[in-house]
Write a protein that binds this ligand. Structure first.
Ligand SMILES: O=P(O)(O)OC[C@H]1O[C@H](OP(=O)(O)OP(=O)(O)O)[C@H](O)[C@@H]1O
Ligand SMILES: Nc1ncnc2[nH]cnc12
Length: 170
């Protein structure tokens, strides 16, 4: 399937100069959504995964679905102040701002095999922060898995040495 036709460019959102990749046309189409889930799942191959980590909020669209397909658990990484239990946190910058990401300190046990999923890899700031959080807990990162990678922003450089797989490249 040509997923590109389900991704919409929105100029100057959320800030002037940013071309925002809007994935809602893909999400609302039953066939495209189903095929995208399966294609993201196939990027993992038959690697054993214990936990799928997804970042708030667009990472939450696919990560729990991938977790159920992989017989893994789902771990939400959230923006600051949203998680109720004890957390660890990382400050980070992304293409159009900066923020703090948090995860529950007991979300991943040492040695667990982790898939990190998000909708978009842009500058890689978000992915790098999540990488640090997972490794602080002793998780082993098996793969970073994205729907979209914006190649021209070189986000991969922030997570060098890890397996990075993306369905679509721009
Ligand atoms: O590679 P980076 O430059 O770090 O950018 C990628 C991140 O930016 C977007 O999230 P955003 O913080 O906009 O939050 P949202 O998912 O709630 O829209 C996207 O979903 C990624 O998480
Ligand atoms: N250009 C972009 N489009 C959608 N999500 C993003 N996250 C960071 N940069 C983005």
């Amino acid at each position: 399937m040509d997923f590109n036709s389900y991704i919409r460019d929105i100029k100057d959102f959320p800030k002037e100069g940013i071309v925002f990749k809007d994935i809602t046309p893909l999400l609302k189409d039953p066939s495209a959504l189903n095929k995208a889930v399966n294609a993201l799942y196939e990027l993992v191959g038959n690697q054993k995964i214990n936990k799928v980590v997804g970042m708030e909020s667009r990472g939450f669209f696919f990560a729990p679905i991938l977790a159920t397909k992989l017989n893994a658990g789902f771990v939400p990484v959230r923006k600051s102040g949203k998680l109720p239990y004890r957390t660890i946190s990382e400050v980070y910058t992304l293409e159009y701002g900066e923020d703090i990401l948090e995860v529950h300190e007991d979300a991943i046990a040492p040695g667990e095999r982790v898939l990190i999923h998000d909708d978009v890899l842009a500058t890689g700031g978000t992915a790098q922060a999540v990488c640090k959080l997972v490794e602080k807990m002793g998780g082993e990162i098996v793969q970073f898995n994205f729907l979209i990678e914006l190649d021209f922003l070189n986000g991969k450089d922030q997570i060098r040495g890890y397996e990075v797989k993306s369905l679509l490249h721009y």
